[in-house]
Design a protein around this ligand. Sequence first.
Ligand SMILES: Nc1ncnc2c1ncn2[C@@H]1O[C@H](COP(=O)(O)OP(=O)(O)O)[C@@H](O)[C@H]1O
Ligand SMILES: [Mg+2]
Ligand SMILES: [Zn+2]
Length: 367
Amino acid sequence: MAQAFYRKYRPKKLEDVLGQEANISILKNAAKNSRLGQAYVFYGPRGTGKTTTARLLAKLLNCEKRYADPEFAKLGEPCNECRECKQIDEQNSFDVTEIDAASNRGIDEIRNLKENIVTSPTTAKYKVYIIDEAHMLTGAAFNALLKTLEEPPQHAVIVLATTEYEKLPPTITSRAQRFAFKKLTKIDIVKKLSEEAKAEKIKIDEPALELIAAVAEGSVRDAESLLDQISSLQKNIDLAAVERITGRTGIAKIHDLVQSIIKKDLKDSLARVSELNDEGYNLVVFTKDLIHYLRKVLAIKIDPALGTTFEKELTRDEIANMKKIAEGTDIIFLAKFISSLIRAYSEMRYSPFAIVPLEIMLVENLS
Ligand SMILES: Nc1ncnc2c1ncn2[C@@H]1O[C@H](COP(=O)(O)OP(=O)(O)O)[C@@H](O)[C@H]1O
Ligand SMILES: [Mg+2]
Ligand SMILES: [Zn+2]
């Protein structure tokens, strides 16, 4: 079987990690000055680069070329060619251990870690332990880890990765350098996906890429898996294909409906909703997207300069369209409409006929 996109295209250099500029520049500088720490917590939503960065850190710590060539070390990047770098990439380094705290809540794993961490590394300079899903560790496992974090052996570095920072005890987090990972913008995800599509000889147009990125909600891994999945069905991908497979609509359909809404054209609005329903789109998700869209229109209406703050998530065309919509409506109507839409949304989620609360809401607001 072919290697999954998200593994094949895992960034091999700090420079290739998108959307986490602050974290990356701190790590790069620390590497350049040989001042990497011994305990880190990487936290944030899934698919944003935590495991990737932890492995990059392991490579920075152990890359042979960095030790042999001071000029190269100044780059603050791993070489990806020496034995240590390669072994880490292939996940078969004796000295870099990935622990999944979710399995068995890490009890045996932390016990093993405590036993092994004291002995010197086999071939590398540092032993690196990457503890994934760290929030799943039991209280006892955290306690056991705490002593090690307080005084780690000189040759050891521990990275905790988690999607749920609040579940880590402060005694643990206060002893580590903490790095927040953020969801990626639609623009960054589209950029990465289009490079992958090119490399894989997949033909896919911009609106299709944008919808995949929107569906992924900031997770590069989710976006890559979706592209992977769709491209295994067809090598020529357009917006309609992505819409069909994900059950999500592109922003153009939302825009069209919003245009009828601001014209208070009830008949046309109802017709559009009914068409979406007949075509099998998920109306609950559609309504959520609609709320987000209108919320941005409202922001632009209040202050057109806010348009630029959406430049990360939206294309220029989309922002221009939103501005036009904003010009054609007023703040009071929009605010009232959004608040009824939110009420309809919560009713829709639990209704066996999701379309009804949406229709009623349109009737109440547009007639
Ligand atoms: N910030 C990012 N920049 C580029 N690609 C990323 C980024 N974050 C995630 N990816 C992609 O998603 C895959 C999974 O990322 P990973 O680091 O395992 O996410 P996490 O550990 O945060 O859940 C990577 O192999 C890579 O292809
Ligand atoms: Mg991970
Ligand atoms: Zn190397």
